[in-house]
Design a binder for this molecule. Structure first.
Ligand code: IMP
Length: 443
């Protein structure tokens, strides 16, 4: 008799998903941290250590305020009761796995027996990171502006069926042979860059032993959790407009960052998913290159960058900023089917006299019927804006939705009506407590 968990008919929406709805950096970490308190498992399903968010939490019996930077590990680990799971769709740079874990442990959060990694996850090696940089140089003026974490090259190895997965570490002779072949192929393509292949193999022999207690059969693991009614939170990485298929290709990351990636990355069926929360910043930002129709290049952009502290947590780069784009958001809602939204950083708009929101894209006086696939078309769109009066603020001390200035509520309700999706949480300041909750019917 198979010991695999029996498929459960009660796969009844126990999985809650948090996804970025724009180009990343929407502030997913804060909501994830809030929700992780009610969850048993926090899982990553796609991407690698290209993601980044900072969480400030009180730790230990003395509740010391501590800052955590997460890139690869699920941020729900901040809650000592929550188990972290890295699913099969993630690409894992093992040295980063250990260094993030060591930092967590130094700050008082033990990970033994509460951090698990799917044996089907692919590995990112240092040579993938070198190649990431070389590819960018080769692209010259049309480079993507990647995080140089080796994400694209690792997913390329996976798609070309020559990649190495976690389970390969436990058949080490085969691992070493395949590894040498992979590096040789990169030397042929990019020339003999400096790389100590044998030294790396030796390091991985040691890593394999250290990693062993964390490795699980990902499918059995997640389904055992579901069938014992554990609550699972999926922490999306990157965001929909960086999705390999639906983002602004080729200025995207190399994974499925939307709802599809949750099913494929964790090996779970759609009916196990309940709430899908789209995290949406009250304006738009983007790191790296690529089209951005509502981008600003004036004092308002400086305001958004400075007040919104728009610097990347992974690379430290300044983020490009612009107005909220409803055309892009409607497209994002269609693909991900958000059941509600978390509007973040609304307070960053405090003090602006007027606010604009993109409602249409036009080309030669004609409205576009969709978000265009073709970037040359996207570059040509004339954006139609609706203008709203601003509000004075500060709104960061507000604790009830109704206490927000009327013009601020008009802005929020316009977004909600335009998208037809309720906004359940509103971020009004950087603090953990600065999040308004509006309970919605039929959640
Ligand atoms: P890669 O994921 O490092 O290959 O980078 C591809 C593109 O996605 C670049 O424009 C990055 O700046 C962007 N990117 C990747 N991860 C994130 C993220 O978590 N937030 C924002 N942008 C990201």
């Amino acid at each position: 008799m198979s010991t695999l968990p029996k498929p459960s008919l009660s796969q009844n929406g126990q999985v809650t998903v948090v996804l970025g709805s724009q180009w990343g950096d929407e502030g997913k970490g804060k909501l994830t941290d809030m929700l992780a308190g009610e969850m048993d498992i926090c899982a990553r399903c796609a991407g690698g250590n290209n993601a980044g968010h900072t969480i400030v939490a009180n730790v230990g019996p003395e509740q010391v305020k501590t800052k955590f930077d997460f890139h690869l590990l699920p941020s729900g680990l901040v809650n000592p009761r929550c188990v972290g799971f890295i699913g099969s769709g993630v690409v894992v740079h093992v040295p980063s796995f250990f260094s993030e874990m060591d930092t967590l442990e130094k700050k008082g959060l033990k990970c033994d027996n509460r951090l698990f990694l799917s044996d089907r996850a692919h590995l990112v090696f240092d040579f993938h990171q070198v190649v990431d940089g070389l590819k960018e140089v080769e692209l010259g003026g049309s480079s993507i502006g990647t995080t140089k974490k080796g994400i694209g090259p690792a997913y390329s190895s996976k798609a070309s069926r020559s990649g190495l997965r976690v389970h390969h570490l436990y058949d080490f002779d085969t691992f070493a042979q395949k590894f040498r072949k992979l590096v040789e192929a990169r030397f042929k393509r990019y020339g003999n860059f400096e790389y100590d292949t044998e030294g790396e193999i030796a390091r991985y022999r040691a890593f394999a032993e250290r990693l062993r207690p964390f490795v699980v059969d990902g499918v059995t693991f997640i389904h055992s959790m579901l069938s014992s009614n554990r609550r699972v939170l999926v922490e999306g990485a990157n965001a929909l407009m960086l999705d390999l298929d639906y983002g602004t290709y080729p200025f995207v990351t190399s994974s499925s960052t939307g709802i599809g990636g949750v099913c494929t990355g964790l090996g779970i069926p759609p009916q196990s998913i309940g709430k899908v929360i789209g995290v949406t910043k009250a304006y738009t930002s983007r790191v790296g290159a690529g089209p951005f129709p509502t981008e600003l290049n004036d004092d308002i952009m400086t305001h958004l960058q400075e007040v919104g502290a728009e610097y990347g947590t992974t690379t430290g780069r300044r983020r490009r900023c612009g107005w909220l784009d409803m055309v892009m958001l409607r497209y994002s809602c269609l693909i991900n089917g958000y059941t509600c939204l978390n509007l973040t950083k609304l307070d960053v708009l405090d003090g602006l006299k007027e606010l604009k929101v993109a409602t249409n894209y036009m080309i030669n006086g004609k409205e576009l019927a969709s978000f265009p696939a073709d970037l040359s078309m996207l570059a040509k769109v004339e954006v139609v804006y609706k203008t709203f009066p601003g509000w004075e603020g500060p709104i960061s001390e507000v604790t009830e939705y109704q206490q927000l200035p009327q013009t601020c509520r008009e802005y929020v309700e316009f977004i909600e009506d335009f998208l037809g999706i309720p906004i359940e949480w509103i971020g009004v300041g950087p603090g953990r407590q600065s999040m308004l909750h509006r309970p919605i019917a039929n959640k």
